[in-house]
Design a protein around this ligand. Structure first.
Ligand code: BGC
Length: 736
């Protein structure tokens, strides 16, 4: 009876139409006991049965839902399961507050899209938004209402396995992609039943782990943190992201989940965000391992006081938070603020109106793995590919060829194209490169497949078979790279060479004298120096998801012209790392005429193998006529300029026009180049377009000598071109 009275109270007072969101949240908060408040801050994972692959709440957790002591789950999937648990929360707990179900939908739920690094290489935010939108449509139909994505960590070190999960090395491009993904996941209105809450992670600086070793120490200056690593988070916040996840790592001695500078000062006080913050897995528990807390209770106090709202899996909040408040050791205001932020998200998702809005079994069946989702995945895959080399226009392939040798374990793999973090991706849904080619050519062209070698094995016994297949063919397509478990979380590498004997295999194939095309399938830049020098055509395909093979086949035959460009620098050797385009000049930049006492290596090149922004097309483009509207620009105005781009080749194609600036003299040193804008345009053969830009001077701001984010007047170099190296230049002056 008491329960029904309460529910009546909730529905009468809380949902009154004329209340603001804040008032609704506060009226729920007013009903909650301390234990129920803490419950909203607790998240647990489903348990896994690796045999049956079923996921159920762990023992005792259903009872905790009944008691109002769990606010969220991760890794519970499917309408049946989410509905069942939601029913317990809504109908059996005292206040009936709905649960939220989080999941790592990183590049797809079941329909797998390209890995985020690949998608970023499209330089097409609309397409990236579409990808996130479609992922949300599929995940939301399966009971999931919150994704732990986008991962917006800037990565300057390709050894770091998680580089595949972000958008690359550039803060501007990373920000554009972060906003696009948030918009895609969250849609126009979170109340719609096919939108899900996004989560910008990992706040912050995780990509700067020393030596590229996952979970390692991060020690960067506040300036680098703010200028390089934080902008994509700020962009996600500005796009209305509903949540953030703190990182595993420390910065300068303070683990992220304890970091008041990040969580309180920057996120709350400077950015005025009310998105709630969830920890990464057990990071509160890891305070003990870091050595900043004696026990879990102390760790819990540190986390809540730093403004961590939800505890993923450490148990600290569940076990100690209420006790800490009762003992007077933690102020209840921290808990109230955290609960408010979480309830707000639940209200925004519309869960108080309809807690079962994600639990429709017919919708789940209808939407999951739909043809329209696949079509979107292919569209995104096509633009994610980067053509690295194409000597003598070997590509696209001539329709008159009679036979193709397809070589490599990865060529036939239906698992690897899914990439790391493939969530519920199913190998059987994947079109391998071999299948894609076979589907494309039917009986017209003979395909001779041979594995040659495994990706990660020293066994060369099957080289002969591969060489024989090549000798019997007009052209060889060799697919080399990494298996999908060689990148991703906890999969850092100390070398970036092709694993196993793949390089030896392609060397042997090259000796046959047949034209060879190398297709890379990998989650990070690789030091493929020999391949780059000797193989006439090279395609970077990353992991493209379920349509990998069909997209590659379209590109190989010119049904689609490659248009992707790298969003991360390819080094020539691990010793060059970190190697990124937006570096500082130093007081002694390399002087090739007299290198002594300048900044260089006595034993290795300074040049990247492929620079940031690089990528070819089947056509060629010429840039000319970089023209400023005016040379003196007032702070607050726009830098207006245009450049002519001409398609000088034979194919209609897309080109990514990139804009960089350099602040020539400032109160602190500035990078030699910084990407500030770009446009993806389409040009017919022979066509010239005058591409106009209006760059807000706001984008010229930086953290000055006093750490104020400000505009400093002075001269700037403006550079425009097809990549970060080959640029037209002019100068302008910013005046007050
Ligand atoms: C990862 C997160 C992920 C979480 C939940 C952690 O190991 O670092 O990115 O969201 O697991 O699966």
């Amino acid at each position: 009876m008491k329960k029904y009275l309460l529910l009546f109270f909730v529905s009468t007072y809380v949902f009154a139409q004329n209340k603001t969101l804040e008032q609704k949240v506060d009226s729920v908060l007013a009903l909650m006991t301390l234990e129920e408040k803490v419950g909203q801050l607790v998240q647990y994972s489903a348990g896994w049965d690796t045999g049956t692959k079923t996921r159920e709440p762990k023992e005792g957790h259903e009872e905790l839902i009944r008691q109002g002591k769990i606010g969220s789950f991760l890794n519970i999937i499917g309408v049946e399961q989410t509905r069942r648990l939601q029913k317990i929360a809504v109908e059996k707990s005292r206040l009936g507050i709905p649960l939220i179900f989080g999941l790592d939908v990183i590049h797809g739920y079941k329909t797998t899209f390209p890995i985020p690094l690949a998608e970023a290489c499209s330089w097409n935010p609309d397409l990236v938004e579409l990808s996130a939108r479609v992922q949300a449509i599929e995940a939301s139909a399966a009971g999931v209402n919150w994704t732990f994505s986008p991962m917006v960590d800037i990565a300057r070190d390709p050894r770091w396995g998680r580089i595949m999960e972000g958008s690359g090395e550039d803060p501007y491009l990373g920000s554009v992609m972060a906003a696009a993904r948030v918009k895609g996941y969250q849609g126009k209105n979170l109340k719609d039943d096919n939108t899900i809450l996004a989560c910008a992670k990992h706040f912050a600086g995780y990509g700067a782990v020393e030596g590229g070793k996952d979970y390692n120490t991060v020690d960067i200056s506040e300036r680098t943190l703010r200028e390089i690593y934080l902008p994509p988070f700020k962009a996600a916040v500005d796009a209305g992201v509903g949540s953030l996840m703190s990182a595993f790592t420390e910065i300068g001695g303070v683990p992220s989940s304890a970091n008041k500078l990040l969580l309180t000062q920057i996120l709350r006080n400077e950015w005025h965000s009310d998105a709630f913050v969830l920890t990464d897995w057990n990071t509160i528990g890891e305070f003990l391992v870091h050595g900043i807390a004696h026990d879990l209770k102390e760790a819990t106090k540190i986390a809540i006081e730093a403004s961590i709202d939800m505890d993923m899996e450490s148990n600290g909040y569940h076990l100690y938070l209420a006790e800490l408040v009762k003992e007077g050791k933690v102020d209840i205001k921290y808990i109230d603020d955290a609960v408010r932020r979480i309830l707000k998200a639940k209200f925004k998702l519309g869960l108080f109106d309809d807690p079962y809005k994600y639990c429709n079994p017919e919708r789940e069946v209808k939407v999951t793995l739909g043809e329209d989702l696949r079509r979107a995945a292919k569209q995104v895959a096509l633009e994610s590919v980067v053509l690295l080399k194409n000597e003598n226009n070997l590509l696209p392939l001539n329709e008159n060829i009679k036979s193709i040798a397809v070589i490599g374990e990865l060529a036939a793999s239906k698992e690897d194209p899914l990439g790391p973090w493939a969530q519920q991706g199913i190998p059987e849904t994947v079109v391998s490169i071999l299948e894609g080619l076979k589907n494309k050519v039917g009986n017209r062209i003979k395909i001779n497949y041979a594995e040659g070698c495994k990706v990660d094995s020293e066994d060369k016994s099957r080289f002969e078979e591969a060489i024989d297949a090549v000798n019997r063919s007009d052209v060889a397509i060799v697919v080399i790279g990494e298996t999908r478990d060689m990148s991703g979380e906890a999969h850092s590498r100390a070398t970036l060479d092709l694993p196993g004997v793949q390089e030896e295999l392609i060397k042997e194939i090259h000796k046959t004298g047949k034209p060879v095309i190398a297709i890379l399938m990998n989650g990070r830049p690789l030091t493929i120096n020999w391949v780059s020098e000797n193989i006439p055509a090279i395609i970077e395909s990353w992991y493209l998801g379920c349509e990998h093979g069909s997209a590659i086949a379209d590109l190989l035959f010119g049904d689609f012209v490659p248009s992707g460009k790298l969003t991360v620098t390819f080094p020539k050797g691990v010793g060059q790392i970190p190697l990124y385009y937006n570096h500082k000049n130093t007081g002694r930049p390399y002087n090739p005429e007299n290198p002594r006492f300048t900044s260089y290596y006595i034993d290795f090149s300074l040049e990247p193998l492929y620079p940031f922004g690089y990528g070819l097309s089947y056509t060629t483009f010429e840039y000319s006529n970089l023209k400023l509207k005016t040379e003196k620009i007032k702070a607050g105005d726009f830098v207006k300029f245009s450049v002519d781009v001409t398609n000088t080749g034979k194919y209609e194609a897309k080109e990514i026009v990139q804009v960089y600036i350099r602040d020539l003299v400032a109160s602190v040193t500035r990078p030699v180049k910084e990407l500030k804008d770009f446009k993806k345009i389409n040009l017919k053969p022979g066509e010239t377009k005058t591409v106009e830009f209006e760059l807000p001077t706001e984008r010229l701001k930086f953290f000055d000598i006093n750490m104020n984010y400000s505009l400093e007047p002075g001269r700037f170099k403006l550079m425009v071109g097809p990549n970060s190296k080959d640029l037209l230049e002019t100068e302008f002056e910013l005046i007050n």
